[in-house]
Design a protein around this ligand. Sequence first.
Ligand code: GUN
Length: 303
Amino acid sequence: MAAQLIDGRAMASGLRRELAERVRKLAAKGVKPGLGVILAGNNPASRIYVQKKEEACAEVGIQSVHHDLPATSTEKEILKLVERLNADRTVHGILLQLPLPEGVDERKVIDSIAPEKDVDGFTTGNAGRLFTGKKSVTPCTPKGILKLIDSTGVDLKGKHAVVIGRSNIVGKPVALLLLERHATVTICHSRTKDLGEATRQADVLVVAVGKAGLVDQSMVKRGAVVIDVGMNRLPDGRVVGDCNPDVREAAGWLTPVPGGVGPMTVACLMENTVEAFLLAQKALGKVAGKPAEAAERGLHGKD
Ligand code: GUN
């Protein structure tokens, strides 16, 4: 029987609707979340991703402020903009779309983002928190992947999860999240000797490489949950994932491309921005609450 498709588009739409409702209630109190968007250079794919993220902001009620920087921007110029957004009280999240222009130290710029505004979860500090199991922001694509897996009803505990790809954005963080959920995790990559041997063990297979047709049905365990993170443009203009269409014959569940992981990445960015906003509000309340409490204690003379 052909795999059931996991409808990421519908799930993302539901999440955006829930977030819009939360933001609408907040807006009634006169406050609104804000996202500072930095697009440096003219990578065509990045431009499309940013456009989708800004459209989602408009739908959810997040104020997005777009900063377009030329491909010739220097590291110093980008750092200066991040510094400005860090200090801006109306900005609760910063989206620094990657890749940055050539010659710019990406790690240095990412790490200049204030940790509480790091809605992608890319800073070294937040990545370290994820690594050590401390509460922090969860990177958007891995967060979306876990939601997609959960929608199948498959319990990850004790399952064998195989991740193909070891990027900082997807492969490594998703492996940590699967581990946190008590899966046995194998990470494969370009130097893995026998990829098929590893992937055939997978109850859950996450493919995040960027190579059309990398995984075919002979590499998939019957009934497995397969999450295809790939986005590859073919010469004829079609966008396909990393899985061959025949994977549908072996898998139990499969995310389509397009319409699977992509929309969930965007929706999770919205969720992280709303959460960053709520934490900022809470921190403000605490600061504002202190003198009031102290004043009250002073008035009554005891605690
Ligand atoms: N470039 C590719 N994927 C991403 C992502 O999820 N976030 C950002 N900021 N840049 C990216």
